[in-house]
Design a protein around this ligand. Structure first.
Ligand code: PEP
Length: 255
């Protein structure tokens, strides 16, 4: 079964709600509708921008999807500052990133917590974008495949096959995020291929062939074609370059 490519723009902690609307309009109007048959395009703004993005997307019947960059593992209650999966579902989110390396690093998120977040997302009929990736020293020691596979299987622990099918995996080598140092297409394929094999071993080939595996780390219009040309790379999780509407639309049209 052919997997539909997904280009997802992780805005990180950038853009207020007015700037968010301007960027979504720019991306949507730069991409003729015909592209959306071929590729799924999503933006992942900060929580504070989501309501504005929802109003614009629904009001103008845009074909863009949107989602959040993080979520609580709890449904509701005394968790000051957190945002729950039911709240994000109510805002029309399709995707929620879990396990981004910046959350693993700055918020000490563990595989166990990330797994609970992935479950919360799936329980609320959204798709997690589960990020895995190695630090430079792990790669230099030759342990990158094992490291990423372990993060993947821990993140998916206890999920049923039909939940795994709906999950998007993003391989993001930490040393390539925001550094301008993109992994070579071969290096990215090595890990993405190994992740799919791990999925096949655990959940069967039918499931593993449905799961979309993205690459993230300094993706731009100049390298997207080569990356997405690899047999196990189904799109990109794009950080910095997704803040430029023309560039993000251009790479989405190339996917
Ligand atoms: C990211 O934040 O997920 C990312 C891949 O960032 P960048 O594209 O800026 O490297």
């Amino acid at each position: 079964m052919a997997r539909q490519p997904l280009i997802a723009g992780n805005w990180k902690m950038n853009l207020n709600h007015l700037e968010a609307i301007a960027l979504v309009q720019k991306v949507a109007f730069a991409l003729p509708e015909k592209y959306f048959d071929k590729v799924e395009v999503a933006v992942l703004p900060p929580f504070t921008d989501l309501r504005g993005v929802q109003t614009l997307v629904e009001g103008d019947k845009l074909l863009l999807r949107y989602g959040a960059q993080d979520v609580s593992d709890q449904d509701s209650g005394a968790y000051t500052g957190d945002v729950s999966a039911p709240m994000l579902a109510k805002l029309g989110c399709s995707y929620v990133v879990v396990g981004h390396s910046e959350r693993r690093e700055h918020h000490a998120e563990t595989d166990e917590l990330i797994n609970r977040k992935a479950r919360a997302v799936l329980k609320n009929d959204m798709a997690p974008i589960l990020c895995v990736g190695e630090q430079l020293e792990v790669r230099e020691a030759g342990n990158h495949v094992e490291h990423c596979t372990t993060q993947l299987l821990n993140g998916l622990k206890g999920l049923k096959a039909d939940q795994v099918r709906r999950t998007v995996v993003a391989y993001e080598p930490v040393w390539a995020i925001g550094t301008g140092k993109v992994a070579t297409a071969e290096d990215a394929q090595e890990v993405c291929g190994a992740l799919r094999t791990a999925l096949a071993d655990k959940y069967g080939t039918e499931v593993s062939e449905e799961v979309r595996v993205l690459y993230g780390g300094s993706v731009k219009s100049s390298n997207i074609t080569e990356l997405i040309g690899q047999s196990d790379i189904d799109g990109g999780l794009v950080g910095g370059a997704s803040l430029n509407g023309d560039e993000f639309a251009k790479m989405s049209a190339m996917a």
